[in-house]
Design a protein around this ligand. Structure first.
Ligand code: SAH
Ligand code: DHB
Ligand code: MG
Length: 225
């Protein structure tokens, strides 16, 4: 079992199920040209996000961690014409690439990109009193995953789904003594999730071109009183 095999199999299944898509390919090329880190979700993961949003009939989606807008485009494509994705990004440079990619995808009217630290933007969203979200995708700095998940619960409706990326990190997540602060962040998130009675959740391990990692899927079953 090797990285090479995982990548070959990903090429095989994605080749069958995910038609070549000039807009998405141009978005990835623009990220590369701008030297953004190559850490967007894979096409198969992007399509999973899209399908989850469809199944959920999501109209309002929150994304934490935009990068160049690749996952944002997948999510926005699942929305009805009156839907929206609010996406949060720390780096102005990433946000600029994302805005251009989203415009090329003809999705600008559906996307509300906010630049800044998510932990500062999230309270602003709460203060705006927006309609609750139907779906949240958490994919930013892993150290703050627990805090992002708490905000996701607070800002979403009962029945909302929350997806968290990068929760396995080559299996390092199972090592209580890991020296990686990001993995410690995921471990704190896992402990919170285990104790949280207002969500039901599962974590799925994945392999593919991005290595061995995984995601958590949670459904909000209750709200704070
Ligand atoms: N969801 C994207 C990938 C996101 S990569 C995709 O699949 O296409 C993680 C992003 O989170 C990076 O762009 C990084 O700049 C951003 N980020 C890191 N710390 C952040 C913070 N405190 N607030 C908001 N965004 C942050
Ligand atoms: C990293 C971040 C991600 O969101 C990801 O999907 C893969 C890697 C990283 O920071 O290394
Ligand atoms: Mg990620």
């Amino acid at each position: 079992m090797s990285q090479e095999l995982w990548t070959d199999v990903e090429r095989y299944v994605d080749g069958l199920l995910i038609p070549s898509d000039p807009v998405l390919e141009a978005a990835i090329n623009a990220c590369e040209a701008a030297e953004l880190p190559p850490i967007a979700v894979t096409p198969g993961q992007g399509k999973l996000l899209y399908l989850l949003a469809r199944v959920q009939r999501a109209k309002r989606i929150l994304e934490i961690g935009t990068l160049g807008g690749y996952s944002t485009i997948w999510l926005a494509r699942a929305l009805p014409a009156d839907g929206s994705v609010v996406t949060l990004e720390l780096e102005k440079k990433h946000a600029d690439v994302a805005m251009a990619n989203i415009a090329q995808a003809d999705l600008s009217p559906l996307v509300d990109l906010r630049v800044g630290r998510a932990l500062e933007t999230l309270p602003e969203l709460a203060a705006e009193g927006l309609e609750p979200f139907d779906m949240v995708f958490i994919d930013a700095d892993k150290e703050n995953t627990e805090a992002y998940f708490r905000w996701a619960m607070r800002l979403s409706r009962e029945g909302a789904i929350i997806v968290v990326d990068n929760v396995i990190r080559e299996g390092e997540v199972a090592d209580p003594d890991t020296g990686d602060e990001r993995v410690q962040g995921i471990r704190r998130f896992n402990e919170m999730l285990a104790a949280e009675t207002r969500v039901e959740a599962t974590t799925i391990q994945t392999v593919g071109s991005k290595g061995y990692d995984g995601f958590t899927l949670a459904v909000v079953t209750g709200q704070e009183q």
